[in-house]
Design a protein around this ligand. Structure first.
Ligand code: GAP
Length: 515
């Protein structure tokens, strides 16, 4: 774990050093849990959003996109339940004065117990070698059994306390588990209180006439309130989906882990409207599709897992998360929820406008049920950084840091490098650049030795470098160097556009997906 923490720190500083992510307002000492994307970060993020958008809107004839406003009528948040119930249970340590999410303290404690059990099993696996029977060991070893029982008991109490919204019991679990504040080391805890996460501001010219409005805490409500607009103008037939990418804001109290938990972040959400009664089938369908989407990136199936919710929101009849193996453990990057007809019915009730669909095949009107897929762009971005970050020792003894991004997502696809800054090589390289820049993102770089330039492009994850040398002037060929294998190949300039386009085209990822 300590090693993983070290890697995480390196990823954060690498992100800054190479123009992926900067702390917001840095010259004013930063703004907690707010980040800016740099020149390479924004390209990677745009490619990631395109991958999601195309997988939804291009590949599914019955999914269309919208872009709704961040400000919405405040009653929307009353209807959706956010004004009354979008809360986190918070607890303060009286000695350090630090504030924590009570549920996160308990989740971390459970994760430590899981870790302890896994370590015990791994140790035994090493000791017994090929003859090791993991299942039997887990079922019979007294230490493993004891920890497992403890974990299960705590977990059951925790899930029930969350479900019952029982804040006293949440506190009691913290006390019984002897969870201490990481800063003060004491167990001197306050009561647990609920804290609303929405940011608000005022809209209007005068303070008397101003209306309190919220910065949306999720983009989904913009889809619900446009459900009929899209259905009617697009002549959409249920089942159909509406996709949206946009900013969301939450006043996260325990903001930590870099861009994992931010106060301003971006979501990619898709609401899929279905015939009531068919929602659980569609839920399974989207679960499968969404996992495929993640796995198509090639980081390895073992990096992802589903985590079914212990606490189902009162309006949901199924919910799961897709988790990624981050350097700080498996964490949610995407939520898939079967939200019944809760949101549409609430908006009908609060707006007084009918939000029903007339189904020509069933010859009746109904409020559709909704299956939602909701993924955080920034968390997904972090999973890509973590999955791609690689330190390698070369044969020469040198080390290199290489970001092994899927080529389709890489910020720069091709680096164009004249071997030396003379003899007409820069001019030739410029000609190639001017020709190729219409097809994909290229970067011209002539400064420093060729080795240093390769390292620089490894560090930003450029999958291909083309080196222009004296032979290029004679036979119009260049050396293409592959980022991951570092192999080199001589190719004709005429074929560069085709080769690099083929290897970096978003189509490659999209074709791996079923629809
Ligand atoms: N409309 C449903 C919804 O918003 P959610 O589980 O609260 O569900 C969906 O959020 C996704 O948004 C999460 O899986 C996560 O990737 C991302 N997300 C939520 N809060 C975030 C935060 N504070 N910082 C970064 N990403 C966040």
């Amino acid at each position: 774990m300590a090693q993983q923490e070290e890697v995480f720190k390196k990823i954060i500083s690498h992100s800054k050093e190479y123009g992926f992510v900067f702390p917001s307002s840095e010259i004013y000492d930063g703004l907690s849990a707010v980040y800016d994307y740099g020149q390479n970060g924004v390209e990677l993020k745009n490619n990631l959003k395109k991958y999601w958008w195309d997988s939804m809107v291009l590949l599914h004839e019955n999914v269309v996109g919208i872009d709704s406003a961040i400000f919405m009528h405040p009653t929307i948040w009353k209807a959706s339940g956010h004004v009354d119930a979008f809360n986190d249970p918070l607890i303060d340590n009286k000695d350090s004065k630090k504030r924590y999410r009570a549920d996160v303290l308990i989740e971390d404690y459970l994760a430590k117990l899981d870790d302890k059990i896994d370590k015990e099993v791994q140790k035994a696996a090493k000791r017994f070698g090929d003859t090791f029977d993991e299942k039997m060991y887990r079922e019979t070893n007294p230490r493993v059994l004891e920890n497992q029982q403890k974990r299960d008991e705590i977990h059951t109490r925790f899930a029930k306390a969350l479900n019952d919204n029982n804040l006293e019991e949440l506190r009691q679990v913290i006390i019984d588990c002897e969870i201490a504040c990481p800063i003060s080391g004491t167990r001197n805890w306050t009561e647990v209180r609920q804290f609303n996460l929405m940011f608000s501001t005022e809209m209007g010219a005068t303070s008397e006439g101003a209306m309190k409005v919220y910065l949306r805490p999720e983009s989904a409500q913009g889809i619900f309130v446009n459900f009929l607009n899209v259905q009617k103008t697009g002549r959409m037939k249920v089942p159909f989906g509406i996709a949206q990418i946009g900013k969301a804001f939450r006043n996260e109290i325990v903001a930590r882990q870099f861009i994992f938990r931010m106060r301003e972040f971006e979501q990619m959400e898709m609401q899929f409207f279905v015939v009531p009664g068919e929602e659980l089938e569609w839920f399974e369908h989207w679960k499968k599709l969404r996992m495929e989407w993640h796995q198509a990136l090639g980081f390895g199936a073992e990096k992802y897992r589903f985590h079914d919710h212990d606490k189902l929101a009162h309006y949901a009849n199924a919910a799961t998360d897709i988790e990624f193996d981050m350097p700080f453990g498996f964490k949610e990057v995407e939520g898939i929820h079967s939200r019944t007809d809760f949101d549409l019915s609430q908006h009908e009730k609060f707006s007084g406008k009918k939000l029903q669909y007339f189904d020509p095949e069933l010859n009746k009107s109904y409020t559709p049920y909704v299956v939602e897929t909701s993924i955080g762009v920034d968390r997904m971005f972090l999973s890509i950084l973590a999955g791609s970050y690689c330190e390698e020792t070369l044969e020469s003894g040198e080390t290199r840091v290489v970001m092994k991004f899927p080529a389709e997502l890489a910020p720069v696809k091709l680096a164009i490098l004249p071997l030396v800054r003379k003899d007409g090589l820069p001019e030739k390289a410029r000609q190639i650049m001017d020709d190729l820049k219409f097809s994909f993102s290229c970067q011209y770089d002539e400064k420093d030795s060729i080795g240093k330039r390769y390292r620089r492009h490894d560090a930003i994850g450029t999958p291909f470098c083309a080196t222009i040398d004296h032979q290029t002037l004679e036979d119009n060929t260049v050396t293409v160097r592959y980022r991951d294998s570092m192999e080199q190949e001589r190719v004709a300039i005429d074929s560069l556009q085709r080769i690099i386009s083929e290897k970096t085209d978003m189509k490659n990822l999209l074709k791996k997906l079923s629809v």
